[in-house]
Design a binder for this molecule. Structure first.
Ligand code: SAH
Ligand code: SF4
Ligand code: F3S
Length: 452
């Protein structure tokens, strides 16, 4: 029997794949009569979709669960009925049993590959069974997801690939998400069409290792990411395409060429490298050297001269000396990023790096991270300042921080703020950039001609 008018609260941590998964959970649960709410106080179901990538992840989940439990107890006492609490995502996958043991009020624990079974899980949990569902099923969740997209905006995510077989020595993803899997081209294109119907202008193709994509094409042959991007670009309503996250080793010639050929493919690429030291890259099992990364970036820039880059770096990996760190600084100087994430190494139980010798003292790692981040901040500020005076198409997707302001993204993925009517949200508008700041740009609406 379908329930009606129930409220669902979802809090999401982690990568864009988790955002995609949370949206799909919302779609599934809307079929059971749940509508989303931003306030856990009045929710009938609360889901924490969690990330396990760095330490303290589990602590964060438990402290949030403590808060949710208060809402659950209060609502059940005052209004009767049952409020379901669920932990989903990568912490659930890695520490499911522990969560059930330590938090008796949690009703459901399920990993990233089993949430399509939510209808059965909800039924059982409503009947007072506690659920743990952290298998890696033989049949992909994608075969079972609903066709409706309830909450997509103008910039939508589309998962095309899941999991990872690379086993970088620091990383939990191969364990939490499982083995690499690519969806079929037909399934992806059908979903892209549905996203456009739901209002998407930009589609970001997602995967933990998105450029390792090797999906079955309509004719039975295997397609790579470049072929897929070409096919998505042929969909009229799609105005912008991005993809993330890539591995430097999977950046093949066809994909590099695509950056020069496909106008809808945005000139911004997130290409994590993790370190500039070959010794550390080897210890990380990245299977490439710093020069391969330099070469890939150079070839991409040749194909698309204005391509802007971002990356991920880990600072203070076991064995990192001052010399290794200097090689990392040098690589970042050589590339010149538009933006970049950097993290202090965090040992993850069960990963090979957690048992490595040569731990870097915390104060040294912190000091290096500060130096690295100030280099990146300078690069980002310089990149943003250089944009002043340019006119760019901006995809506005939400209200800005100040009254009368709206906010969107430039082709280079910068945040752009403009004073403009809210009705421009959900459209691509030409904006003349007035000023570049450290973390954003401001600009003036040039013409209200929308969507290119
Ligand atoms: N699939 C992507 C990244 C997945 S995780 C890739 O291959 O690059 C996102 C980022 O978190 C990583 O790029 C890495 O920089 C960081 N990260 C992963 N494990 C980490 C750890 N144990 N300590 C610190 N940072 C980590
Ligand atoms: Fe993790 Fe490495 Fe796979 Fe990226 S490529 S998800 S860092 S194991
Ligand atoms: Fe985190 Fe899982 Fe994504 S560990 S980064 S949510 S794949």
């Amino acid at each position: 029997m379908t329930q009606t008018h129930k409220k669902l609260f979802i809090k999401t941590w982690g990568c864009q794949m988790n955002v995609y998964d949370s949206n799909r959970m919302t779609d599934i649960l809307s079929g059971l009569g749940y509508q989303t709410t931003d306030t856990p106080e009045d929710a009938d179901m609360m889901i924490l979709n969690t990330c396990h990538i760095r330490e303290k992840a589990t602590d964060k989940v438990f402290s949030e669960l403590g808060r949710l439990r208060e809402h659950k107890d209060k609502k059940e006492k005052e209004q009767g009925g049952k409020v379901l609490v669920a932990v989903a995502g990568c912490v659930a996958q890695a520490e499911g049993d522990f969560i059930l043991q330590r938090a008796p009020y949690v009703d459901m624990v399920f990993g990233p590959q089993t949430y399509h079974e939510l209808p059965e899980m909800v039924l059982k949990a409503d009947g007072a069974q506690r659920i743990i569902n952290t298998e890696f099923p033989d049949i992909s969740k994608f075969d079972h997801l609903p066709k409706e997209h309830t909450i997509e905006g103008a910039a939508a995510f589309l998962s095309i690939q899941e999991g990872c077989d690379k086993f970088c020595t620091f990383c939990v993803v191969p364990y939490t998400r499982g083995a690499e899997y690519s969806r079929s081209v037909k399934e992806i294109l059908d979903e892209a069409h549905r996203l456009v119907e739901a209002g998407a202008l930009e589609i970001t193709l997602l995967g933990q290792n998105v450029n390792a994509f090797h999906g079955t094409g309509p004719d039975g042959s295997t397609w790579g990411l470049a072929e897929l991007i070409r096919a998505v670009a042929e969909i009229d309503g799609v105005k912008r395409i991005r993809y993330t996250t890539s591995h430097p080793r999977d950046m093949d010639d066809d994909l590099i060429a695509a950056h020069g050929e496909i106008e809808k493919l945005m000139p911004f690429l997130h290409l994590p490298v993790q370190s500039g030291s070959d010794k550390i890259l080897k210890l990380m099992n990245r299977k490439h050297k710093a020069d391969l990364y330099r070469d890939v970036v150079a070839r991409l820039r040749k194909a698309r001269p204005d391509l802007a880059f971002s990356s991920d770096y880990i600072i203070g990996f076991p064995g990192e000396t001052e010399e290794d760190f200097e090689a990392t600084m040098q690589l970042a100087r050589d590339i010149g990023y538009a933006s970049c994430y950097s993290f202090k190494y965090s040992a993850r139980p069960g990963t090979p790096a957690a048992n490595m010798q040569g731990l870097v003292a915390d104060h040294i790692a912190s000091e290096r991270l500060t130096r690295f981040q100030s280099l990146i901040n300078e690069q980002q500020y310089a990149f943003n300042k250089n944009c002043a005076g340019l006119t760019m198409p901006i995809l506005f997707d939400k209200k800005g921080k100040k009254p009368g302001q709206i906010s969107g993204r430039s082709p280079y993925n910068q945040s752009v703020y403009a004073q403009a009517n809210e009705r421009l949200i959900g459209h691509i508008i030409y904006v003349k950039i007035s000023e570049g700041f450290e973390n954003s740009l401001t600009g003036d609406i040039m013409e209200e001609k929308t969507d290119l």
